[in-house]
Structure formats: C-alpha cells, structure tokens
Ligand binder design. Structure first.
Ligand code: NAP
Length: 262
C-alpha cells in the first residue's frame, strides 16, 4: 500500500507578551505538524514559562524581522502582542507584506465605559498625565514602567506606580511609591489598595481583557475619576479578538494548506 507523502510542518512565529499569546503557545506546542516559536521582547525578567521554543529580544526593525521570516522559512506570523505595542505590530505588517507571509493579529476588544464609570479619554500617556488637576493628589498609575518618566509632567502628585518587575525609581520621584505585582488582579484587592492609599485618580491604558480590569471596576466602586489612554491606531490587518478565535483560524489555515498538499 502506498503511504501519503509526509506534509512539511507549518512554521509559525508567535509574537507574545500577553495572556492570549501564552494560551496560543500552549495550543501550538501540542498542535500536530506545527513548528512554532514564541518571541518575547525581553521586558520582564520572569515571563510565564512556556513549553514552546522561545526566542527573546528584538529582531532589529522591519529589516531584521523580514530576515528572520525568510531565514526561518516562516509560513504564518501571529501577532499576539499587547494593544499598546504599536511598533512591533507595525513592523509585523510591513515585514509580512515584504516577505509574502500571512499575518494574523489577536486584538482583544477595548474596554468601554459602563454606568458608574467616570472616564476621561486621552490619545497619549502624556496628555492623560498632564490632565490631572493642578493641586497635589494621590494618583494610581497603571500605565506601566515605560510611562514612569512622563509622570514628571505633573510632579506635584504622589503616585502609587504598579509595575511587573522591581525597578529603582529615579531620585526626583522620591515621593512616589512602587508596587511590584503581576496580574490578574482582583477588584476587591484593588479597591482596598486605592482606599489604603487614599487614591483620588487612576491612570490607565485601555488595555482590554480581564487581567487588568480590576482597577477600572475598583475605581467605579469608589467613584474615582479614570484618565484612560486610547489605543494607538494600527495598520489594517487580519484580526481576531481572542486566543480561541486564533486557534480556530490557525486550524482552518492549516487544513486548507494541507488540502493544497503544501
Ligand atoms: P513596542 O514598542 O511595539 O516594541 C518596541 C520594540 O521591542 C520593537 O520594535 C521590537 O524590537 C521589540 N519587541 C516588541 N515586542 C516584541 C516581541 N514580542 N518579540 C520580539 N521583539 C519585540 O513594544 P512594547 O510596548 O515595548 O512591548 C514590549 C512587549 O511587552 C511586547 O511583547 C508586548 O506584548 C508586551 N507588553 C506591552 C505592554 C504595553 O503597555 N506596551 C503591556 C503588556 C505587555 P525590534 O524593532 O528590534 O524588533
């Protein structure tokens, strides 16, 4: 009896750094006839462990990513980075176009205000910080480590800054406090935290998803104003909203590729 020729594995590059990417990594690690690599920027010191082969660090812009796609003979790129990771996402669009590699982006829906929310929306981290009141306040910053320098735009406030990894605050931010914690967070915990620190304002990116939503719910419970940063605009690309949808899309892509005998 003749055996069917063995199909070459589907080679996937998964850009990560999110809970969706972690779920997809586990899915791809167990998927038959798939050879996938998870790519992380290397921003956090202890990223969640993955069973998938992992590379860490930037590619070197569009040219570097294009070189990687060609060199590694990547068949499909999945961008499951954070909605605020605009540079790598733009690079992925350009590199995939240059190399003729299909691109799928996982983009969780943004949060939308519900009754009881008191939001002011901003286009940038800087405008959100600059919009805080003139008189000194206790402010919670959930904007992340990369936004710490911008807090100098409104230095009169006492900031409680939550980050994933311990870092040293610059000396001129001596009046701020650093809190090291990795989500997911719980609403009750964040509400207690805000009450303990007498927080009056919350700074947040519109990250979407559930892991970081606790601060938004806690602010609602306590009647706090939230200065929230809108997402950066990204180039048009094929997009799904969740890891589950991405898994279905990949399986479909894999099937049609096999049907073509690739
Ligand atoms: P970014 O501004 O879009 O990217 C800056 C540079 O970092 C990119 O040009 C690329 O360097 C490198 N890079 C980013 N993500 C990468 C990845 N997954 N694999 C390899 N290189 C990557 O990104 P960012 O805002 O700094 O975010 C960095 C990482 O943290 C991302 O993986 C993102 O998912 C995660 N994250 C970001 C946020 C946020 O608020 N921005 C929040 C949570 C998690 P080269 O140009 O040299 O390739």
């Amino acid at each position: 009896m003749k055996t069917a020729p063995k199909k070459s594995p589907l080679r996937i590059l998964l850009l990560g750094g999110t809970t969706e990417a972690s779920a997809l990594a586990e899915f791809l690690a167990g998927a038959p006839n798939v050879s996938a690599t998870l790519s992380l920027a290397g921003r956090t010191t202890n990223p969640p462990a993955s069973t998938l082969a992992t590379r860490i660090g930037g590619f070197g812009g569009i040219a570097g990513l294009s070189h990687y796609l060609r060199d590694q003979k990547i068949d499909l790129l999945i961008d499951a980075t954070h909605p605020f990771a605009a540079r790598i996402s733009a690079n992925a669009v350009d590199a995939c176009r240059a190399c003729g590699v299909p691109l799928l982006a996982v983009e969780r829906p943004p949060w939308t205000p519900v009754p009881g929310d008191d939001w002011i929306e901003h286009d940038t981290v800087e405008t959100a910080i600059a919009a805080l009141p003139a008189e000194a306040q206790s402010v919670f910053s959930g904007l992340g480590r990369q936004a710490i320098d911008a807090l100098r735009l409104a230095p009169q406030h006492r900031y409680l800054i939550r980050v994933v990894d311990p870092i040293e605050l610059p000396p001129d931010l001596w009046h701020c406090e650093l809190l090291t914690a990795r989500g997911p967070f719980r609403t009750g915990d964040d509400a207690r935290l805000f009450a303990d620190y007498d927080i009056r304002y919350v700074l947040s990116k519109n990250a979407g998803g559930s892991a970081a939503y606790a601060k938004i719910e806690a602010a609602r419970q306590l009647g706090l104003k939230v200065h929230i940063v809108r997402r950066p605009a990204l180039a048009a690309r094929t997009t799904v909203q969740s890891a589950d949808e991405a898994m279905a899309w990949i399986s479909q892509h894999h099937r049609s590729r096999s049907d073509l005998g690739v």
